[in-house]
Design a binder for this molecule. Structure first.
Ligand SMILES: [Zn+2]
Length: 303
């Protein structure tokens, strides 16, 4: 059994969106037990629940929408909240897109830890996988299996010398998330930038908030934070997309060449498979974590 969590006090930050290039102002606020993760577009007076039912676009980022109001690029902040086990929070935003910050989830993790994490007097519920389930679409596959913890295995294959094949298996908890996943930045190819911008995307993208790959390799002067930063970022994105399930997942998830579209399709099909999971307060975690022990590695190279 584990208690639900929120944050101890409000946190404010601002920054530009990766795709819109527009500045947004964000305030994270503590929220009551059982209220979940909710976005509030303060400039539009609109609430948007972080739920799979509200996904409206998955091209190059995950966008949520409710009653015609959208909030874009939610996956990195959702990943940080899920990685730190936050169940209830109000994310007030003035602007159309969550700021990209440095392209990773590290700054979100730092801000949340700085505000402090509060235990709430209600038990946390989990979606626990009890039967294997497989999703396949062209070259993408996602499978899940029963396990006593959240474990992710991810493999990617890109036809570029800077990436090629990368794979990683990791058990996700507050400690591994903060240290091994949160610092991994979003990435893109220089050759795609013009086409993305012509389609109204990546307007805020720069070497300050993304790893950019040119013909001969990574062009960021500071290089990579991990030799396999790309697959780590794919895991970061997946944790953010999976946060839209409504409750934290427990199981072993094995993904190959996935992305936001496949992640969210898989989740919808999994949740429709009633015999594949149960909603439970049981989990393998016996002790509450000591957050002061979570170490965050920001821009340090780990190669
Ligand atoms: Zn991402």
């Amino acid at each position: 059994m584990r208690n639900q969590r929120t944050i101890k006090k409000e946190i404010t930050f601002s920054g530009i969106g990766l795709h819109t290039g527009k500045e947004a102002f964000v305030t994270l606020k503590p929220a009551p037990r059982n209220s979940g993760i909710v976005f509030y577009r303060r400039d539009k007076h609109a609430l948007i629940h972080a739920n799979i039912l509200n996904i409206c676009d998955t091209a190059f980022a995950t966008t949520l929408s409710y009653n015609g109001t959208k909030i874009r690029t939610v996956e990195h902040i959702l990943s940080a909240l899920s990685g730190l086990g936050i169940d209830n929070i109000l994310i007030e935003v003035v602007g159309p897109e969550i700021p990209i910050l440095d392209g990773s989830a590290t700054l979100f993790v730092e801000l949340i830890l700085e505000a402090g994490i509060a235990k709430q007097s209600a038990q946390k519920q989990f979606i626990k996988i009890i039967r294997p389930f497989v999703y396949e679409n062209n070259h993408t596959s996602i499978a899940c299996f029963p396990s006593n913890e959240l474990k992710i295995s991810y493999s990617i294959d890109f036809n570029h010398n800077a990436i090629r094949h990368q794979e990683m298996t990791i058990e996700i908890n507050e400690f591994t998330f903060a240290k091994d996943i949160a610092p991994a930045r979003t990435f893109g190819f220089l050759k795609d930038v013009e086409a993305l911008r012509a389609n109204g995307l990546a307007k805020g993208g720069s070497l300050e908030n993304a790893v950019v790959i040119g013909d001969s390799g990574v062009i960021n002067p500071s290089g990579l934070r991990f030799s396999n930063e790309f697959v780590r970022h794919k895991i970061l994105d997946t944790i953010g997309d999976f946060a839209l399930a409504g409750y934290p997942l427990i199981g072993h998830f094995v993904l190959s060449r996935s992305g936001h579209h496949a992640n969210t399709r898989f989740l919808a099909e999994l949740l429709a498979c009633r015999g594949c999971y149960k909603i439970t307060t049981e989990n393998a975690f016996t002790n509450e974590s000591h957050f002061s022990e979570i170490s965050i590695q920001t821009a340090q190279t780990q190669i």
